[in-house]
Ligand binder design. Structure first.
Ligand code: PMP
Length: 338
């Protein structure tokens, strides 16, 4: 029996689901971990609750306070869930480029959405980050979660994601595959799995081709949430301290079109509807799995659901408008969320 006394207790505890379609019988077992089964719909619920609880403990966030974050959406959703439940104000700074579904979800919890679309380096006064920092400086009781450098972000995964994978594979996991955004998910999960396995679990990062984590030019492409991107005029590319590269054995670059193809196939062959960054992890994970044998067990973390991207990666019109294959007129009515 599973019963929770509040929505926040329902964060974590996602299952593993085995992939069976199109995989060789003599290959490794491949499981995905569908993180959209968290209450806000993504892996970032774990970090959001962990950061918020730590801020309360540290006295940085008090009753009547305001939770603030700069996010590509999912951390904002997780914080909006927790803020709604605990009675804090919540202000989320993001760009109108994120999927409409994620923007609408943040608003649905009563959080305030501040859209900042200036295309400038992070330290420019018009950047998203500068806007958020100014807001926090001017608002008494405001707390900036700062997921890129907040130790409570990777710690959430050290304390929950990692132990869940170890328990649910009965210690048989040999490979972990995860995308890298802030690096919190991969670093915390990897640290736990490396420690408990005595270093036997191989940790594979997966990122969009253009991400500076994989030596790309840093230009932002279609996949939301994964990768590290820098403005062409930025003078420095500062990587988050939430990311611990020492724990990652290999980082595999994945083209946007391969990520999108991977999640489209996952939906139509397995009946599992995952988001674009899940496609990055999946494409990389299947590449790794193709080199392994029956004694191996691969776990691929899928950060969020395809339901957050029905207007984009699963919308033929959006795909064609963005250079990902032909449009099919009969599907235009599927573009319901704008
Ligand atoms: N995928 C999606 C859809 C995300 O929103 C995020 C968070 N930015 C990630 C992957 C990466 O997770 P993390 O920040 O823990 O590296």
């Amino acid at each position: 029996m599973v019963r929770y006394e509040s929505v926040l207790e329902a964060v974590g505890g996602t299952p593993l689901i085995r992939l069976t379609r199109g995989l060789p019988a003599d290959g490794p077992r491949v499981y995905v971990k569908p993180e959209w089964l968290n209450p806000g719909g993504s892996v970032k619920d774990r970090a959001a609750v962990s950061m918020l609880r730590q801020a309360e403990q540290d006295g940085l966030l008090r009753p009547g306070g305001t939770v603030v974050e700069v996010t590509s959406g999912n951390t904002g959703i997780g914080l909006a869930v927790a803020a709604a439940h605990l009675g804090y104000q919540c202000v989320i700074f993001t760009s109108s480029n994120i999927s409409a579904e994620k923007r609408h979800q943040i608003s649905a919890y009563g959080a305030r959405l501040e859209l900042v679309d200036a295309f400038v380096p992070k330290d420019h006064p018009d950047s998203l980050r500068s806007h958020a920092e100014r807001f926090v400086a001017q608002t008494p009781g405001a707390w900036l979660a700062a997921q890129y450098d907040n130790p409570a972000n990777p710690r959430a995964h050290y304390e929950s994601t990692g132990p869940e994978i170890w328990a649910d594979t009965e210690g048989r996991v040999t490979h972990l595959v995860s995308t890298i955004g802030t690096g919190g998910t991969i670093s915390g999960t990897a640290r736990y799995l490396k420690e408990i396995s005595g270093g036997h679990v191989r940790v594979v990062g997966a990122d969009p081709l253009t991400s500076s984590y994989v030596g790309g030019d840093g230009s932002q492409k279609a996949i939301e949430g994964a990768g590290h991107f820098v403005h062409p005029e930025a003078t420095v590319d500062i990587w988050p301290t939430a990311l611990d590269l020492d724990l990652i054995d290999e980082i595999i670059p994945v083209a946007d079109e391969d990520a999108i193809a991977a999640v489209q196939k996952l939906a139509t062959t397995e009946g599992i509807l995952a988001g674009g960054s899940s496609g990055v992890a999946l494409a990389a994970g299947l590449r790794v799995a193709a080199t392994l044998g029956p004694d191996d067990l691969v776990v691929i973390l899928l950060p969020d659901s395809g339901r957050a991207y029905l207007s984009t990666y699963f919308n033929p019109k959006w795909l064609s408008d963005n250079g990902f294959g032909a449009s099919d007129e009969k599907y235009d009515e599927a573009d319901l969320v704008t």
